[in-house]
Design a protein around this ligand. Sequence first.
Ligand code: UD1
Length: 338
Amino acid sequence: MAILVTGGAGFIGSHTCVELLNEGYEVVVLDNLSNSCEESLVRVQELTGKTLKFVKGDILDRDILNQIFETEEIESVIHFAGLKAVGESVSIPWEYYNNNITGTLVLVDVMKQHGCKNIIFSSSATVYGDPAQIPITEECPKGQCTNPYGWTKSMLEQMLMDIQKADNEWNVILLRYFNPIGAHKSGRIGENPNGIPNNLMPYVTQVAVGKLECLGIFGNDYDTPDGTGVRDYIHVVDLARGHVAALKKIDENPELCIYNLGTGHGYSVLDIVKNFEAANGIKIPYVIKNRRPGDIATCYCDPQKAKEEMGWVAQYDIKDMCEDAWRWQSNNPNGYEK
Ligand code: UD1
């Protein structure tokens, strides 16, 4: 029996493959490499001393999916594949709805046809919109997303919940990620954004490595202790282990579960800059810029439910996240490019 990991060559996917292989799972990765490269999977295999199967292809491609389910015994799917750039989703929403929504519909349809009804879905704290309460629990109502990317996550959650409601042979686990950063301790795999990074930590590490000159901080007039945005940063290895915990949960036939995956601690943009500087002894020049449209002031979770129901707790702290992000970036200034 194997686990199909869609989008397994990406940042969170590759770290999850490491944890799955270390736990003895057989892994099949389906990835179209649109925002990742096969080298990450070469390194996953080096790090674990184990092999996985890689299929280059798209979740929109029904034939490829059928082939995988015909040749492999897939017991569960961890579904990462999707477009995820917030700004881009505003410019080309049709691409986002087609890839993320239609792609997932094709995937679950093929799963159903082959009797595989276990899915762990990559959702996001973005589904809470501007959250009604802090810390955010899973009972907190979903909100208005600020961009099409966020809506695809929110709609896919609804779609998977409806499918599970209609047929209780399905087990659906929705994992709402907070802000994943950091990298594997080895410095061999990490986040490798195309072009200029949108997210904070890759921007910081690219300033540190000299590829970018100066960090722009998007607003210092939020209602937060230092005026900059507060987020729940979580080490990507902790997040990856959350998927292993979710797979174990699926063995209990839980039907539908929703978990926040975060640490429960909020750090501001300036906290991240200071912690990065202290952990790595590198100065990060920054300027204060205007607020970025769609950003909210504060977002951090209560991770208690994941602890109680899956026994999952984040192990790494902000120092680990800053050190590990830097080890990856400094050892691989151009990411996976040779
Ligand atoms: C965004 C998405 C979220 C997605 C996550 C990971 C929204 C509203 N947010 O989260 O859905 O899951 O990325 O891809 O859809 N910042 C700067 N300068 C920068 C970059 C960021 O000051 O150059 C600030 C932001 O204003 C924010 C914080 O850093 O306060 C974190 O930003 P970012 O890393 O982009 O993550 P989110 O916007 O929280």
